[in-house]
Design a protein. Structure first.
Lengths: 61, 138
């Protein structure tokens, strides 16, 4: 099994991508809503990623 | 009012949704393939499989059910259930002897989370397959 060595950002980005696609597919009832919800959750993941990252950086001093 | 009616709807017989849910557990997206939702099934299969493979390549640890204090039981048993929900991916990795100990390091930690989350996403896909098979969703 090949090994994968990702940074925090790369791993969190991949996590957000896969999770958003599945959440979009299983939650809504029309393809348009699924696409919107998938993009929305992906953007939320990224905002949380950068937001919490900056909070930890600033909180650390 | 409509919500109340929806809640009172009786549970359909297991023969209508059982095969889709069982196949959905065994093969990610399999329930959707059985119900002729090929596009959605392909997306689910690709995402859950890719997430599980990433977890393996990051050398994430598989949880084993353990008892002890409440937190230990909750984390290990919950993690084990999450791992098992990946179906054939979990079974194959165990059969081929994948057994990585829990190691320190952010990559291994992410790998463990990827493995569990792949199973939990497959659980969501199984619930979706149940709703489609029982007529609660298109």
């Amino acid at each position: 099994m090949p090994k994968m060595n990702l940074s925090h950002f790369e791993a969190a980005f991949l996590f957000s991508l896969f999770t958003s696609v599945v959440l979009g597919v299983v939650t809504k009832r029309s393809d348009r809503d699924r696409l919107h919800y998938g993009v929305y959750t992906f953007v939320c993941f990224l905002v949380a990623l950068f937001g919490i990252g900056w909070l930890m950086y600033l909180g650390h001093g | 009012m409509a919500k109340e009616k929806e809640q009172k709807r009786p549970m359909p017989p297991i023969s209508t949704w059982g095969p889709a849910v069982a196949l959905g557990w065994l093969v990610p997206g399999g329930g959707h393939f059985l119900l002729k939702r090929n596009g959605r099934g392909t997306l689910l299969f690709a995402c859950v499989t890719a997430m599980f493979l990433c977890g393996l390549m990051m050398q994430g640890a598989m949880f084993q059910p353990q008892t002890g204090d409440l937190l230990t039981t909750l984390i290990n048993t919950g993690g084990f259930i999450g791992d098992v929900c990946s179906g054939i991916l979990y079974l194959l990795s165990v059969w081929f002897g994948y057994n990585t100990p829990d190691m320190a390091g952010h990559v291994h930690d992410y790998g463990t989370k990827f493995l569990v989350t792949a199973g939990l996403l497959n659980l969501l896909a199984m619930v979706d397959a149940y709703e489609i098979a029982s007529g609660r969703k298109d």
